[in-house]
Design a protein around this ligand. Structure first.
Ligand SMILES: [Zn+2]
Length: 174
């Protein structure tokens, strides 16, 4: 396996688990494979294989061509590994994680929060108002919850990932 291919397999495994790693392994070995071939090789159902291949496609790890069966009108998909450089894929992946963290940060800064001292269920101000500031699980009186440390952690992580992303995309595109 070439270094790039090994990295691709590792990446797939890190993101989607062992089945994804095995899928990439098969595509590398065969060049191209159908949903059914992937399912058989990995030992999962054809539906699971399709779902997995779609995830891998969304992450830019695989590509496909498809051929329409004239008789039944269905498409057969032939999957292969991507020919994009791995650093570009990693950069793209990091962008997605950053987006997710930013959404979380937005949530954390969108409200003041309350917490149940007993079961630790967390409430936004709105939710707390709705339940008259008592926990809907155990009826304890809610306490205000300071999420400053969560916000700080998220901001720090976003900054760190943005720096890493620059490193990856910097090499590939310029
Ligand atoms: Zn509670």
């Amino acid at each position: 396996m070439a270094a790039n291919e090994e990295l691709l397999k590792q990446l797939a495994e890190n993101i989607y688990g062992e089945a994804a790693g095995k899928t990439i392994e098969l595509l590398i070995r065969k060049g191209e494979a159908t949903d059914e071939e992937v399912a058989k090789y990995v030992g999962i159902s054809v539906n699971d294989a399709r779902r997995l291949l779609n995830y891998l496609f969304e992450s830019n790890l695989v590509k496909y061509r498809r051929i329409r069966d004239e008789k039944i009108g269905w498409f057969t998909y032939f999957w292969r590994i991507t020919d994009d450089p791995v650093d570009k894929i990693v950069g793209h992946r990091i962008s997605k994680v950053i987006e997710k963290l930013k959404r979380r940060l937005e949530y954390e800064t969108s409200s003041t929060f309350y917490i149940c001292p007993h079961c630790h269920r967390r409430y936004t101000f709105e939710e707390a108002t709705e339940s008259m500031f008592s926990c809907i699980e155990c009826e304890q009186v809610l306490e205000s919850f300071d999420n400053t440390h969560i916000i700080e952690k998220l901001e720090k992580e976003i900054k760190r990932l943005e720096e890493i992303k620059e490193d990856f995309l910097g090499i590939g595109t310029e």
